[in-house]
Design a protein around this ligand. Structure first.
Ligand code: TYM
Length: 334
């Protein structure tokens, strides 16, 4: 069977980009009986970005409730918190011991932090924690631990998957056995990166997101805030580089997308387009939104689901880690 695995960092509230880029394709994959899926809350990763315990905690609850509200079948999929699997940081150390520093120097997130510092004429590594620097190794441990074949992600994560391959390959080579499956990123080409309110990539760090389960009124307001050009109704419009059209494409059927392309050529007004987009998204999210509120109010239930998931995940992780430890010379004395 093909193994699919993906995670979401538990900082902030999940947004349409996370849904379209990661959660929706992951849930679809989990419904395929040829697939085995592993989905998790990347809460160790959250500590790199956020040192406010209340926010980390709130976000874990929200993201857990989100997956369940969207219909993840936790009998089919293994659904867990990264921090419940102590074997993951242990594997991270084995990988850290073979990962090249030069590889980490090339990570986009690290490079961006350095560039920001240099632009501000500060020390290059100011504020860069070892957590941020070794972030890709922790992510490699997440993926390699479960020998995932496919990792559904948005385009921004492709580099990390390539690094996981690199690190896994190196370990296999050094210890002369194919311990790790080398993973591939799976990117939904329709919407590899969903744009946000200001037309840049939708991202918590840009503060331009549309939260997935915003109440109806707020959802309408946010959609009305999406940036457009100043063409009037009746003037022909170009769907390329149009955030409204891009988001529409991510939610609509292909036939409707084609029809909308015509309406752009005919000059649909921005106000009308925003109304159409709101109706489309709201219709799809209404049911899950109610379920989400119900789940947030029932943390005991969600906790139980996650503990069961952790048990299943550890049943895989623990024996595999034992094998790896033996391979590097850390086995029990016979
Ligand atoms: P994170 O939490 O930043 O994002 C979670 C997922 O959502 C995707 N995504 C988007 N997709 C399309 N359009 C957007 N605007 C958009 N914004 C975010 C991301 O690509 C990602 O798939 N390091 C990861 C979490 C992680 C992980 C893993 C993922 C930890 N370990 C192992 C896969 C496998 C992250 O911070 O994603």
């Amino acid at each position: 069977k093909t193994r699919v695995l993906t995670g979401i960092t538990t900082t902030g509230t999940p947004h349409l980009g996370n849904y379209v880029g990661a959660i929706r394709p992951a849930i679809q994959a989990s419904q395929n009986t040829q697939m085995e899926s592993f989905y998790f809350l990347a809460d160790f990763h959250a500590l790199i970005k956020c040192h406010e315990p209340e926010r980390v905690e709130a976000s874990r609850r929200e993201i857990a409730a989100t997956w369940l509200a969207l219909g993840l079948d936790t009998q089919q999929a293994v659904f867990y918190r990264q921090s419940d699997i102590a074997e993951i940081p242990e594997l991270m150390w084995l990988l850290t011991s073979v990962a090249a520093k030069g590889l980490m120097n090339r990570a986009h997130a690290y490079k961006a932090a350095v560039q920001d510092n240099l632009a501000a004429q500060e020390d290059a590594d100011l504020g860069v924690t070892m957590g941020l620097y070794s972030y890709p190794i922790l992510m490699a441990a997440d993926i390699l631990m479960f020998n995932a074949h496919q990792v559904p992600v948005g385009r921004d994560q492709i580099q990390h998957i390539e690094m996981a391959r690199d690190i896994g390959q190196r370990f296999n080579h050094i210890f002369k056995e194919d311990f790790f499956t080398l993973p591939e990123a799976v990117v939904d080409q329709r919407v590899a990166v969903l744009n946000g309110l200001d037309g840049r990539k939708m991202s918590k760090s840009y503060n331009n997101t549309i939260p997935l389960f915003e109440p109806e009124k707020k959802l309408r307001k946010l959609i009305n805030k999406i940036k457009t050009n100043s063409l009037e109704p009746g003037e022909p419009k170009d769907p390329t580089d149009c955030t409204l059209f891009q988001i529409y494409t991510a939610f609509a059927e292909q036939a409707d997308v084609d029809a909308m392309r015509h309406r752009y050529a005919e000059g649909i007004g921005w106000g009308e387009m925003k109304g159409v987009l709101f109706e489309l998204i709201n219709e799809q999210l209404r049911g899950p939104r109610e379920e989400y509120q119900r789940l947030l109010a029932d943390p005991g239930y969600v906790e139980g689901v996650l503990r069961e998931g952790a048990q299943k995940a550890r049943a895989e992780a623990a024996p595999f880690l034992d094998r790896l430890k033996r391979a590097v010379g850390l086995g029990p004395f016979a």
